[in-house]
Design a protein around this ligand. Structure first.
Ligand SMILES: [Cu+2]
Length: 126
């Protein structure tokens, strides 16, 4: 069900992007002229391997230009094109590689497959 939601979000964003290119120079609609925004949010993890995994996952998304996870604070700072749903998509992506965030939760199966030292204490719920 979560995957379906994600898929719908992707389709929605594609549709949004094509609309934006039809109406040129409207920055609020996203697309090539979208403003780059920086956000910081909680991402659970433990070690340097987690850091690499989290940052790599975030940067795989188109529109994400920077990703830095603070190992002490357990917070990820990202620079991304501010299109509708972009931040949620980053959180979904980070959860898809096993790391819970303030809004998204990794699948148990993915979490359990993480390296032993990466199995952080999970929050009770989201
Ligand atoms: Cu780790």
């Amino acid at each position: 069900m979560k995957q379906l939601t994600f898929l719908l979000l992707c389709v929605g964003m594609l549709f949004g992007a094509s609309q934006a290119s039809a109406q040129t120079a409207d920055k609020s609609k996203g697309g090539p002229n979208a403003e780059v925004k920086e956000s910081t949010f909680k991402v659970y993890g433990n070690c340097g391997m987690c850091k690499k995994r989290i940052e790599t996952a975030a940067k795989e998304l188109p529109g994400v230009s920077k990703a830095n996870w603070d190992m002490d604070e357990k917070k990820l700072t990202v620079s991304y094109e501010d299109t509708p749903g972009a931040l949620k998509q980053i959180k979904e992506k980070v959860a898809s590689v096993g790391h819970d965030t303030d809004e998204t939760r990794a699948k148990d199966k993915v979490y359990k497959a993480l390296h032993g030292c990466c199995q952080y204490d999970r929050p009770n719920s989201n």
